[in-house]
Every structure is written in structure tokens, then in C-alpha cells.
Design a protein around this ligand. Structure first.
Ligand code: ADP
Ligand code: MG
Length: 264
């Protein structure tokens, strides 16, 4: 009886996006987006260029230029819609952006030390830097002159230092060669298992934007969503969706009479 009761126990909801509409300046970018991610789940976000994928991640992180015009963002049961980036990061929201800005005068080592200090996370920085092949970057200015792969790996080291409960990645495979994509994939899994190195269920949740789907060879996604002109038009099995997109492109998403527009 106990086993049966445990097996049906629902995982807690990590992130709930309710009817979220967002504008930049006076232009509306997202229209009524709904997504629910449970603890341990990874969702893939697909969609053509300009459909609003990066806007969604930036809004969840709380970057101020993205104005929520309706709806709510609930994280671990708390309404974070009006919180600052800093408050969200402290609560456990983390992001790896596509093109992290260069910061002169702050080294990667400084950034990692500040983050571990704030998060109280006991990261073995030397070991993690070796695994990510970024040891030689620790004394360099953050992202200054880094290659695409170096910037991605340095972002992952900072995320390991933060150890967030929700990890968002904006196209983790872009600008990364085939060798580095394995490193990136392993680090994402390490983050999702919160340093348990794939033992047991995932402790954290993920939301990953991917164009190519390469990253899903390394990180198993539970659900996919297609964003089209700022609305979720389809949610389902990410592998089936990617196959469909490879065959037909995104054009059909505009006309697809999806019965579950925005549904889970
Ligand atoms: P995606 O990541 O799906 O390619 P984005 O979220 O980056 O799409 O962009 C969605 C739309 O919002 C695009 O038309 C883009 O030009 C616009 N946009 C994104 N960021 C800004 C910004 N900072 N200022 C003005 N428009 C923006
Ligand atoms: Mg984008």
C-alpha cells in the first residue's frame, strides 16, 4: 500500500507560467503563454527565429526591459512576477544566455567565488573547472574574447556555483563544436541532478531552447513546446515534434489546428 501510495505521489510544481503576456517597449511579444514544469522535469522550447523564445526565458529571469502585461510566474509556489533578477536568482532561478556580456575587471574566478559565496554552495571549483575544461580561463576577464564554446562552458561553471533549482538554457548547442557539446550536455545533467552525477532522480528542473535538438541527445527532455508568434501552439513529445519540424519546418505550426493550443 505504501509503495502504491508513493508511486502515485505527484512531484511538486517547480515553475508555473500562467497566461503570460509580455511586451518590449510598446510591442507585444508574448501572448498568453502557459507552461507547467514539475520538479525534475526538463522541457524543450522550440520555435522559429523571432517567435519569442529568448523573451520568455528573459522574462522568467526578470530582466527589466521585458514588461509583463498580464499573467503570473509562480516559482516553487511563490509569485515572482514582480521580483528583481537578484531575488529570483537567490530563490533558485538560473539562466545561461546565448551571448553572455564581457565584463572587464572581473575574472571568471571572481564571478564563481561571488556566486558560491551568495549561494552558500560548497562547489569543488577546481574539479568542476577541470571537468568543464575552463581551468585556463579562471584568471581571464569574464567572457572577454572567449570563443562560443568557452563562453558556454564558463556560464555552466557559474551555474554550478549557483546550483539553481530551475535551470534555463538559451540554445546551449549554438557556437559549440561536437566535442564541447558532450561537455555541455554532461554539465547540464550534473546541474539537473544537483551534483549527484546522475544517481537517482533529477532534483532540479530545466527549460531548454534548442533549434537543432542536438542537446537532447545528452539531456532527456520530458516535454516539448512550440512557440509560434508569441503563443504556445503545441505541447507534447519533444522527439516527435523535432522530427515533424525537420520534415515540415515551422510553417505548419502557424496553420496547425492544434487542439491543445497552450495546453499541457
Ligand atoms: P527568439 O528567441 O524566438 O528568436 P526573441 O525572443 O529573441 O525570439 O525575439 C522575439 C521578438 O522580440 C523579435 O521580433 C525581436 O526582434 C524582439 N525583441 C527581442 N528583444 C528585444 C529588445 N531588447 N528590444 C526590442 N525588440 C526585441
Ligand atoms: Mg533567441
Amino acid at each position: 500500500m505504501l509503495v502504491a501510495a508513493q508511486s502515485v505521489r505527484e512531484k511538486p510544481v517547480m515553475l508555473k507560467i500562467e497566461d503570460l503576456s509580455v511586451s518590449i517597449g510598446d510591442r507585444q511579444i508574448l501572448n498568453g503563454v502557459n507552461i507547467e514544469i514539475k520538479q525534475g522535469e526538463v522541457h524543450a522550447l522550440l520555435g522559429s527565429n523571432g517567435s519569442g523564445k529568448s523573451t520568455l526565458l528573459s522574462t522568467i529571469m526578470g530582466y527589466p526591459q521585458f514588461k509583463v502585461t498580464s499573467g503570473r510566474i509562480i516559482f516553487k509556489g511563490q509569485d515572482i512576477t514582480n521580483m528583481t533578477v537578484d531575488e529570483r536568482a537567490r530563490l533558485g532561478v538560473g539562466i545561461s544566455v546565448q551571448k553572455p556580456p564581457a565584463i572587464k575587471g572581473i575574472t571568471l574566478q571572481d564571478a564563481v567565488q561571488m556566486t558560491t559565496g551568495l549561494s552558500g554552495n560548497n562547489l569543488d571549483v577546481t574539479g568542476a573547472a577541470n571537468r568543464l575544461d575552463v581551468s585556463y580561463l579562471l584568471d581571464r576577464d569574464l567572457n572577454l574574447g572567449y570563443s562560443g564554446g568557452e563562453a558556454k562552458r564558463s556560464e555552466l561553471l557559474q551555474l554550478l556555483a549557483q546550483s539553481p533549482d530551475l535551470i534555463m538554457f538559451d540554445e546551449p548547442e549554438s557556437g559549440v563544436d561536437l566535442v564541447n557539446i558532450g561537455l555541455v550536455g554532461n554539465a547540464i545533467n550534473e546541474l539537473l541532478h544537483k551534483n549527484e552525477l546522475r544517481k537517482g532522480p533529477r532534483a532540479a528542473s530545466g527549460l531548454i531552447i534548442t533549434h537543432t535538438g542536438f542537446i537532447l541527445e545528452y539531456v532527456n527532455a520530458d516535454k516539448g513546446h512550440i512557440l509560434c508568434d508569441g503563443s504556445i501552439t503545441c505541447s507534447g513529445n519533444p522527439r516527435d515534434m523535432l522530427e515533424h519540424i525537420r520534415q515540415f519546418g515551422y510553417d505548419r505550426c502557424r496553420i496547425c489546428p492544434s487542439p491543445n493550443g497552450g495546453a499541457q
